[in-house]
Design a protein around this ligand. Structure first.
Ligand code: ZN
Length: 453
């Protein structure tokens, strides 16, 4: 019997049996117990045996069970009994340490059910192993608290709160929901929360309330994207209001060409301009709504918030009674959130960030199926290879003993060797520091799109 079959040096393999799905391996612990585990007294006496089954890494596509005949001892000094400890075995469950480590990593990539099936354990056990693994990651991985924080919504089975580092384009947390209490709990516990300067968000009252309670120093900024989205929605409302009066053919045509209306006028090609003018001529209210949408987006071309406000006031006057209903939500949102919408003009969120977050939102539903929220959260936050890190070098410090270099130079001349060979490395006061900004959003999108996550 090859003793190294398991590649666990602490064990001797004594027998191997295999079936279609399983390996049954009999093994013994090589080193006998010499001391009592309670009082360390020497030479405990044998006190029977029992067989223990320890699950190990699947091998050749089969589940692996190791049958260890565990010796029981009785201490001659303290009279307590004990079983010999099994090396390389998890403390909590009858599994090898390496199996537990493997399952934790796998549980971030795969469903619990598929791992349970491969190992030959229950899903409940996979969940417990996964939970321990994530707790360990939480203890060891710390993301830098962003100066510019984003609070957004992402759909994973249901709406979740996603916390981002805007300047570094990274996800730092995924919250089970987007309730005020959940966000307050998260923000309040955040290390270095005083250094958060800006929080960009959607017009969602619980976000605002939570930030005002937990981060009184931070300025709230409403990202342009969320506001412009409402202008597009208003125009869509007008388009849909025509549905009743159209033939099925016309309705399909209008549906098909709606993309030209959602585009900005300046980005249309000749064919699209023609297409658009046809629709707008035939449907005057749609023409008006399109014009209002375009003019609204132009508010964002303003260079200052004062100018933006002037543009909005002029824009609102132009919203005539014919289409007022469709634009009512947008006008109300602007009124309710005006200072925060205008704050954008002092502190704009980059398009690159908004775009990559939208990409993430778009591909997210691909990974939702078959996973609980905790697993999805771990996938997003702790996937290997997605971390955005930066090494901060210690401050440059002038070396303290300039004469050393001179002396080394003289020695080098004597020995005909280059002087740098003798120059001792200068030891800086502080070591280099590694900062982890979170899971890089573009990398996450790529991993999800290629099916690696
Ligand atoms: Zn003892």
């Amino acid at each position: 019997m090859p003793a190294n079959l398991l590649n666990l040096p602490a064990y001797t393999v004594v027998a191997l049996e295999k079936s279609e799905y399983d390996y049954h391996i009999d093994a013994e612990v090589k080193r006998a117990v010499t001391h009592c585990i309670h009082c360390q007294a020497e030479n405990p006496q044998g006190f029977g045996r029992r067989e223990q089954v320890v699950k190990d890494l699947p091998m050749h596509g089969k589940r692996v069970g190791i049958y260890v005949t565990t010796r029981r001892y009785r201490c001659r000094a303290c009279t307590k009994t004990f079983y010999e400890p099994l090396p390389d075995t998890d403390e909590k469950r009858a599994m090898t340490t390496r199996l537990v480590a493997w399952m934790g990593k796998q549980a971030i990539k795969r469903t619990f059910a598929s791992i349970a099936d491969e190992v030959g354990c229950t899903e409940f056990t996979v969940r417990a192993v996964f939970s321990d693994y994530v707790n360990e990651l939480e203890r060891t991985i710390r993301f830098e608290t962003p100066k510019w924080m984003g609070i957004d919504e992402i759909h994973l089975i249901k709406p979740r709160g996603v916390i981002t580092n805007i300047q570094n384009n990274a996800v730092v947390e995924l919250l089970a929901n987007r309730n005020k209490e959940t966000i307050i709990k998260y923000l309040s516990g955040l290390q270095g929360k005083e250094s958060i300067q800006y929080v960009a968000m959607d017009m969602w009252q619980p976000y605002k309330d939570a930030v005002e309670v937990s981060l009184p120093q931070a300025r709230i900024v409403i990202d342009k994207f969320h506001v412009v989205k409402m202008a597009n929605e208003a125009m869509e409302r007008v388009r849909k209001s025509y549905r009743e009066s159209l033939t099925p053919n016309q309705r399909r045509g209008l549906m098909h060409d709606r993309f030209v209306m959602l585009k900005r006028e300046s980005e249309l090609n000749d064919r699209e301009v023609l297409l658009l003018s046809g629709w707008l001529k035939n449907y005057p209210e749609l023409g008006l709504a399109y014009r209002l949408k375009e003019d609204f987006v132009k508010i964002y071309d303003a260079k200052t918030k004062e100018e933006a406000l002037r543009r909005f006031v002029a824009w609102e006057i132009a919203v005539t009674a014919d289409v007022r209903d469709a634009f009512q939500d947008l006008i109300r949102a602007w009124r309710n959130w005006q200072p925060y919408i205008l704050a954008y003009f002092d502190h704009p969120v980059t398009n690159a960030y908004t775009e990559s977050l939208n990409n993430l939102v778009r591909v997210m539903n691909r990974i939702g199926r078959g996973y609980c929220f905790e697993a999805l959260r771990a996938k997003i936050l702790f996937s290997e290879g997605a971390f955005k890190k930066q090494t901060i070098k210690p401050k440059f410090e002038r070396r303290r003993e300039p004469q050393v270099a001179t002396r080394n130079f003289e020695m080098a001349l004597m020995r005909e060797m280059p002087a740098y060979a003798f120059t001792a490395a200068h030891q800086p006061n502080e070591p280099a520091r590694e900062i982890n900004f979170g899971a890089d959003i573009s990398t996450l999108v790529r991993l999800i799109e290629s099916g690696e996550l």
